[in-house]
Write a protein that binds this ligand. Structure first.
Ligand SMILES: CCCC(=O)SCCNC(=O)CCNC(=O)[C@H](O)C(C)(C)COP(=O)(O)OP(=O)(O)OC[C@H]1O[C@@H](n2cnc3c(N)ncnc32)[C@H](O)[C@@H]1OP(=O)(O)O
Ligand SMILES: Nc1ncnc2c1ncn2[C@@H]1O[C@H](COP(=O)(O)OP(=O)(O)OP(=O)(O)O)[C@@H](O)[C@H]1O
Ligand SMILES: O=C(O)CCC(=O)C(=O)O
Ligand SMILES: [Fe+2]
Ligand SMILES: [Mg+2]
Length: 335
């Protein structure tokens, strides 16, 4: 039965209507374009890319996993570039190379084995190709709309745990780091660069938590130490059902910035690699986080900027994002 996407969406909605679930339709956008029903699909746009079932799944869960989205060839190229950066063969402006806190003060670990995360690779054309891949942007547009900014780029090289459990990433919401809104027009794309599973510390998500509010984040009280800026939710419900996202090389998960997630310890001897980009609609606007739960991270970011650039220049939390953001589709309208 080859129904077109819109017709299938109607079928799904009719079914839900009959089942008593309160769902209303807007076939053109996630915003306020109503027919005789008010709008309910607030997290996704209809671009004929997501099936009705996929749209409903994202609305309900706050994430969607697309298998085999990035080719082996592309991933191998990102991996090569990562190795060049680790060997210091290339120097990329703005790039942050983070070592794991458990080896941060050690002089004896070098190269790729000393690097836990690359952050802000927007000035590296080879690495930044990831953020412009058409097959990724096609999905991103379903969440952001047509004007798309790549705001935050990372390559995570989760190291074998040294025994201090510092390879964990505490449970958090990425929106904690972002002084722009609306949250529903922000999405993360996270691509496994090899098989990721429970053993090497795959992503762990709490489905449906994107419907909640932004929570207070602080450093978790972990005996073995915590990496710089790895804030975790102060009190999260540890009984909430969790889903371990086991993925193959090239599989990509798209998730909402309020979705609570983290990653476990890497209990293998390999470095678990993933590449990711946070996208936002260029139509988003900056907010002032003073007096909010985000004040702690904004102060940390501003202090780090002062250390890097010098105490006579002030780079605000918002500036730090405006400087990193790059348009990847459409126009840079606001951010
Ligand atoms: C949606 C977004 C979610 C997220 O992005 S969460 C993670 C956000 N993370 C970041 O933004 C990256 C933060 N890291 C950094 O900026 C840098 O790695 C960092 C910590 C400043 C270190 O910079 P380096 O250039 O390596 O400086 P350095 O080797 O001279 O060290 C300076 C002092 O920092 C310490 N350090 C290094 N790596 C660390 C780590 N992983 N965790 C905690 N502390 C760390 C290091 O021991 C040194 O301390 P001290 O001054 O000697 O006491
Ligand atoms: N004490 C803790 N406080 C906050 N977050 C934690 C704590 N311990 C683990 N986490 C986080 O919980 C998430 C899940 O971790 P992990 O993969 O170890 O899950 P698990 O359910 O314990 O499964 P496994 O049995 O495979 O270890 C990760 O984000 C991890 O960093
Ligand atoms: O790759 C991971 O372990 C998760 C990283 C993450 O969630 C983040 O940096 O915001
Ligand atoms: Fe995250
Ligand atoms: Mg565990």
């Amino acid at each position: 039965m080859a129904l077109r996407a819109k017709e299938r969406l109607k079928v799904v909605f009719n079914h839900l209507d009959r089942s008593g679930v309160k769902v209303h339709t807007s076939f053109t956008s996630a915003q306020n374009v109503s027919h005789h029903h008010p709008v309910a699909l607030k997290y996704t746009f209809d671009t004929d890319v997501l099936s009705p079932e996929q749209r409903l799944a994202y609305e309900e869960n706050g994430f969607i996993l697309i298998k085999n989205l990035v080719s082996e060839e592309d991933i191998d190229r990102f991996r090569n570039e990562f190795e060049r950066i680790c060997k210091r063969d290339v120097k990329i402006p703005g790039l942050v190379i983070m070592r794991d806190v458990s080896i941060a003060k050690s002089e004896f670990v070098q190269g790729e084995k000393a690097v836990t995360k690359l952050q802000d690779f927007q000035e590296d054309p080879e690495m930044f190709r990831y953020c412009s891949l058409p097959q990724i942007l096609k999905y991103v547009e379903c969440f952001t709309g047509p004007n798309i900014m790549a705001m935050h780029t990372m390559l995570i090289n989760k190291p074998p745990d040294t025994g201090k459990k510092t390879s964990r990433h505490p449970m958090h919401q990425d929106l904690h780091y972002f002084p722009f809104r609306p949250a529903d027009r922000i999405v993360c794309a996270w691509t496994a660069m090899e098989k990721v599973n429970r053993q090497n510390g795959c992503l762990v998500v709490l489905p449906g938590t994107h419907k909640g509010a932004l929570k207070e984040h602080i450093y978790p009280e972990w005996e073995g130490g915590v990496n710089k800026m790895y804030h975790g939710i102060k009190d999260y419900n540890s009984n909430h059902p969790r889903v371990h996202l086991e993925m193959e090389k090239g599989d990509t998960v798209f998730f909402h910035p309020l979705l609570i997630h983290g990653s476990g310890m890497n209990q293998t001897q390999g470095f678990r690699k993933a590449i990711s980009c946070h996208y936002a609609s260029a139509d988003c606007h900056y907010i002032d986080v003073k007096g909010s739960t985000q004040e702690n991270i904004s102060k940390e970011v501003e202090e780090l900027a002062r250390k890097r650039i010098g105490s006579d220049t002030t780079i605000s939390f918002q500036d730090s994002w405006a400087l990193r953001g790059r348009v990847v589709q459409g126009n840079r309208t606001s951010l």
